[in-house]
Design a protein around this ligand. Structure first.
Ligand code: SAH
Ligand code: SF4
Length: 383
C-alpha cells in the first residue's frame, strides 16, 4: 500500500452508489419484474427474480447485488450494470443524550432530509419525512421556513427506513422485538401533499415481503388536507393524526394558513368519516401549546367540546412548543401545560403531554430543517 505524507494510509472512501434512476428500492414487485424484463431477463424468470431481489433488499438489508448469493454471478454482474440498491450519502448522524438519533441524508440533486429515531423501552419510533421542506407556512414550525421544497420519491421515503435499520444493525429483519417497530409520518413536509409517493412507499412498508409493518403501526400526521384525508382512509388505512392546534377558525388560521382553505368544520367532518374509525381506531389530535395563544382553560374545554360535538373517537397529544432559532413563540409553564392536560383528561379524553426528545440535536417536533439550507443561509449572510 502506498504511504502518504505524514504516514497516513490511504482510506477507501465509502462508495455511495445511490442513483435514483437506477435504484430498485421503493419499486413494487411488478415494477422490479418489468425492469428485469427490460434488460433481457427471460420473462418467465422475472417474477421469481423480483421476489429474490425484494427479499434481499427488505429482509436482509443488502446494499449491493454482490451480496445476493442465490443469484448467479452473471446475473449479478448484469444487475450491477443497470441497477442499484445502494444508499445515499449520510451527511450527519447524531445521537442525543436521551438516545434519540437523527440522520441527515443527501440525495444526488443535493437536497437533504432528516429522519429521527426515538427509542423507547421495548420498541422505537421512526419519524419519516415526506418532503424536502414544506410549502405550508405554519408560524410555529421550523420546516415551514425552509425555502427549497420538493416532494420525496417513494424510493427516498423507503430509503429512510433502510438507512435507520442499517445504523441500528437491524438486518436481517427480526421476526419480533424490532427496534424500528412504529413509523410516524411526522418528519419534514406535508405527507398528503405528496400522496402518491407516500402511498406507494407505505404499501412497500406494509407488504409482508417488504418491511412487513402492519398499518396499525403507521401513523400519518397531516395539517388537514381534507380531500386527501378521505383518500388516506380508503387507500392506505393507516392511523391518522391531525395537527389541530387551535379550536376556533380565527386562531387556527393565524397559526396555520391551510385553515383558510379547509376550516375546522370541514376538517372535523373528514375525521368523523375517516375509514379507519370503522375498525375502532382512534384519531389523534395533536395540539401544540403556545404561551398565551391557545393554552387557556377555555381552549381546553372547547377542545373537548369540539371532539364531542363531532362524536369522534379520539385522543389528544399535547406538544409543548419546541423553540428553534428565530421562532416567535414561547412554551407555556409546566403548571399551565399540566392544567390543560388535566382539564381534558377529567372529561374522559386521554391527553398525555408528549415529552420532548432529542432537543439537543434539534430533532424534536417542528425543529427539522435541513442543514444544507442553514449552510446556504449562513453563506448568504456572510457575503
Ligand atoms: N406536516 C404534517 C407532518 C409534520 S408533523 C403536520 O403538520 O401534521 C410535525 C408535528 O409537529 C405537527 O403536529 C406539527 O404541528 C408539530 N410542530 C411543528 N412545529 C412545532 C414546534 N415548534 N414545536 C412543537 N411541535 C411542532
Ligand atoms: Fe408543514 Fe406540518 Fe410544519 Fe405546518 S407543521 S409547516 S404542515 S411540516
Amino acid at each position: 500500500m502506498k504511504t502518504l505524507p505524514l504516514g497516513l494510509e490511504p482510506v477507501v472512501a465509502p462508495r455511495h452508489t445511490f442513483d435514483e434512476n437506477r435504484s430498485l428500492i421503493g419499486l413494487s414487485h411488478a415494477e422490479v419484474a418489468e425492469k428485469l424484463k427490460e434488460i433481457g431477463v427471460p420473462e418467465k424468470q422475472c417474477r421469481m427474480r423480483a421476489q429474490q431481489i425484494w427479499h434481499w433488499i427488505y429482509f436482509r438489508g443488502a446494499k449491493s447485488f454482490d451480496e445476493m448469493s442465490n443469484i448467479s454471478k452473471d446475473m449479478r454482474a448484469k444487475l450491477n450494470q443497470h441497477f442499484d440498491v445502494g444508499r445515499p450519502e449520510i451527511t450527519e448522524a447524531l445521537i442525543s443524550t436521551d438516545g434519540t438519533r437523527k440522520w441527515l441524508m443527501k440525495f444526488p440533486d443535493g437536497q437533504e432530509v432528516e429522519t429521527v429515531f426515538i427509542p423507547e423501552e421495548d420498541r422505537g419510533t421512526l419519524c419519516v419525512s415526506s418532503q424536502v421542506g414544506c410549502t405550508l407556512t405554519c408560524t410555529f414550525c421550523h420546516t415551514g421556513t425552509q425555502r427549497l421544497v420538493r416532494n420525496l420519491t417513494a424510493t427516498e421515503i423507503v430509503m429512510q427506513l433502510l438507512v435507520a435499520r442499517d445504523y441500528l444493525n437491524e438486518w436481517p429483519s427480526p421476526s419480533e422485538g424490532r427496534l424500528v417497530s412504529t413509523i410516524v409520518l411526522m418528519g419534514m413536509g406535508e405527507p398528503l401533499y405528496n400522496f402518491e409517493n407516500v402511498k406507494k412507499a407505505m404499501h412497500i412498508v406494509m407488504d409482508d415481503n417488504g418491511i412487513n409493518l402492519s398499518r396499525r403501526r403507521i401513523t400519518l400526521s397531516t395539517s388537514g388536507v381534507v380531500p386527501e384525508i378521505y383518500r388516506c382512509g380508503e387507500e392506505m388505512g393507516v392511523n391518522l393524526a391531525i395537527s389541530l392546534h387551535a379550536v376556533n377558525d380565527e386562531t387556527r388560521t393565524k397559526i396555520m394558513p391551510i385553515n383558510n382553505k379547509y376550516p375546522i368544520d370541514e376538517l372535523m367532518t373528514a375525521c368523523k368519516n375517516y375509514a379507519g374509525i370503522k375498525n375502532s381506531r382512534k384519531i389523534t389530535f395533536e395540539y401544540i401549546l403556545l404561551k398565551d395563544v391557545n393554552d387557556s382553560d377555555e381552549d381546553a374545554l372547547n377542545l373537548v367540546k369540539l371532539i364531542k360535538d363531532y362524536k369522534i373517537p379520539a385522543k389528544v397529544n399535547l406538544i409543548p412548543f419546541n423553540p428553534w432559532p428565530g421562532s416567535n413563540y414561547e412554551r407555556p409553564s409546566k403548571s399551565r401545560v399540566a392544567k390543560f392536560s388535566d382539564l381534558i383528561f377529567s372529561r374522559g379524553i386521554s391527553a398525555p403531554i408528549r415529552t420532548t426528545r432529542g432537543e439537543d440535536i434539534l430533532a424534536a417536533c417542528g425543529q427539522l430543517k435541513s442543514e444544507s439550507e442553514k449552510a446556504r443561509k449562513k453563506l448568504k449572510t456572510t457575503h
